[in-house]
Write a protein that binds this ligand. Structure first.
Ligand code: ASP
Length: 349
C-alpha cells in the first residue's frame, strides 16, 4: 500500500470530503510499525533508527484534476489559494504563483518572504523559481526588498530571454517592471532571533527546523497543464550571498511534460549536489511511479551526501495521471495534497 497514492476525493464544489490528517497519520504509523525492523508497535516505531521500507504502489490512482501539492504545513493555505484558481478553470501556472504569494505575505515560520530570518549579516535575501511543463522557466536568487519573488521569477520567464537573474540585477529588473523594491529591513521577531544568533554565531542547520522551510508547489490544471514554483529565504543565518536549491531548475523544482514534476525542500546544498528534482522526474521517465521516483531520488541524495543524521530533505512528485509521491530523508516532513495535510514516509525514522 502506498500511503501517498490516494488523493482525497473531491466533492461537487471541489472541496475534499473530509480532512483525514489524523486517519492518515494512523495509517502511516501502522505502516511504519510493520515496516521498521525491530519495532513491534506504532508507538515504538517512532523511536526506531532503522531505514523504513514501504511497499510500492502497483495501482495507478484514477485520473483526477485539478491537483495542488505543496511542501510543509504552510502548503495548506497555499493549496487553498491555488485550488481557488484551479477550480475557476485557471492555469497551473497561475495556481502555483498564487499559492506561493500567500505564504510570501504571511509566513509565521519566518522562512518565506520579507518577514524571514536574515542571513548572518542581518539581510533577508530571497530565492524563487517557477517552471511549466513545456520547459519555460524563470528564477531569481539573492534578491532583497521584493515582497513577491515568485512573481518576479515569473516575469523573468515571460519578459526576458533569460532563466535566472540574481542580486542587484534582479532588483533592477523588478524596478524596471514596476515592482517596488523596498529598503532592507527586519521584522522585530527576525531581528531578535538574529541578535540571539549573533551572541554565539554558531551555524548548525537542524533537521526539520523551522530555520529552513521553503514553500514549493506543484499543480495540475483541468486542461492537463502542470507547473511548479518555489519561494524561500533559504537557510537562516546563512553566509551573505548563499543560494540554495530552491531557485535552481532541476534542483529545487523541475517539470517536464508529459512525464511529471518534482519539488524539494530541506538542506539545499544536498539537493544542489544531486539535482534532486531532476533525478525524480527522470526516474518517472524511466517508468517509476511518483512514489518510487521520490524514494530513488532521496536514496541518491543520501548516497551522495553521506551521513544523513544531520539533515533533512523532503521531496514531492506528481505525474500527468495525477498520481503523487512523497518521501523524505527523516521523519517529520509534512506536505499538503489538496486541502489535507499529511506526513511523508521517510528513509529514517
Ligand atoms: N531548500 C532551501 C534552501 O536550502 C531551504 C528549505 O527548503 O527549507 O535554501
Amino acid at each position: 500500500m502506498d500511503p501517498t497514492a490516494d488523493i482525497p476525493p473531491l466533492s461537487a464544489d471541489g472541496a475534499p470530503e473530509t480532512n483525514r490528517r489524523s486517519a492518515c497519520g494512523a495509517i502511516l504509523a501502522a505502516i511504519l510499525a510493520t515496516a521498521a525492523s525491530g519495532c513491534r508497535t506504532a508507538a515504538t516505531a517512532s523511536r526506531c533508527t532503522e531505514p523504513v521500507t514501504l511497499e510500492k504502489s502497483t495501482t495507478p490512482t484514477p485520473r483526477r484534476r485539478p491537483i495542488a501539492l505543496s511542501t510543509w504545513d504552510h502548503g495548506l493555505p497555499a493549496n487553498r489559494a491555488a485550488l481557488g484558481v484551479l477550480h475557476a478553470d485557471g492555469s497551473a501556472l497561475d495556481a502555483v504563483e498564487t499559492g506561493c504569494r500567500v505564504v510570501e505575505l504571511e509566513c509565521p515560520d519566518m522562512t518565506v518572504g520579507l518577514g524571514s530570518r536574515p542571513d548572518r549579516d542581518g539581510r533577508v535575501t530571497l530565492d524563487a523559481a517557477i517552471m511549466t511543463g513545456d520547459g519555460r522557466a524563470g528564477c531569481v536568487a539573492f534578491v532583497q526588498g521584493v515582497a513577491h519573488p515568485v512573481s518576479l521569477a515569473r516575469l523573468v520567464m515571460e519578459r526576458t530571454p533569460h532563466v535566472l537573474l540574481v542580486g542587484a540585477g534582479a532588483e533592477q529588473f523588478a524596478r524596471e517592471s514596476g515592482i517596488s523594491v523596498t529598503a532592507p529591513t527586519l521584522t522585530r521577531a527576525a531581528e531578535a532571533e538574529w541578535r540571539a544568533w549573533l551572541a554565539e554565531r554558531r551555524y548548525q542547520p537542524t533537521i526539520n527546523i523551522e530555520n529552513h522551510d521553503t514553500i514549493s508547489m506543484l499543480a495540475l490544471d483541468a486542461a492537463g497543464n502542470m507547473a511548479a514554483a518555489s519561494t524561500t529565504s533559504g537557510l537562516a543565518f546563512k553566509m551573505h550571498g548563499r543560494v540554495g536549491d530552491s531557485p535552481i531548475i532541476g534542483a529545487g523544482i523541475f517539470v517536464d511534460a508529459p512525464i511529471g514534476g518534482a519539488i524539494c525542500t530541506g538542506l539545499g546544498e544536498t539537493v544542489l549536489r544531486t539535482l534532486g528534482a531532476h533525478l525524480a522526474v527522470e526516474a518517472m521517465r524511466a517508468g517509476a511511479t511518483p512514489q518510487e521516483a521520490c524514494e530513488r531520488a532521496i536514496d541518491r541524495i543520501i548516497e551522495k551526501n553521506g551521513d544523513p543524521s544531520g539533515y533533512q530533505v523532503g521531496m514531492l512528485a506528481l505525474d500527468f495521471e495525477g498520481r503523487i509521491g512523497a518521501y523524505a530523508v527523516q521523519r517529520g516532513f509534512t506536505f499538503a495534497i489538496q486541502e489535507e495535510l499529511r506526513d511523508a514516509p521517510s528513509r529514517f525514522s
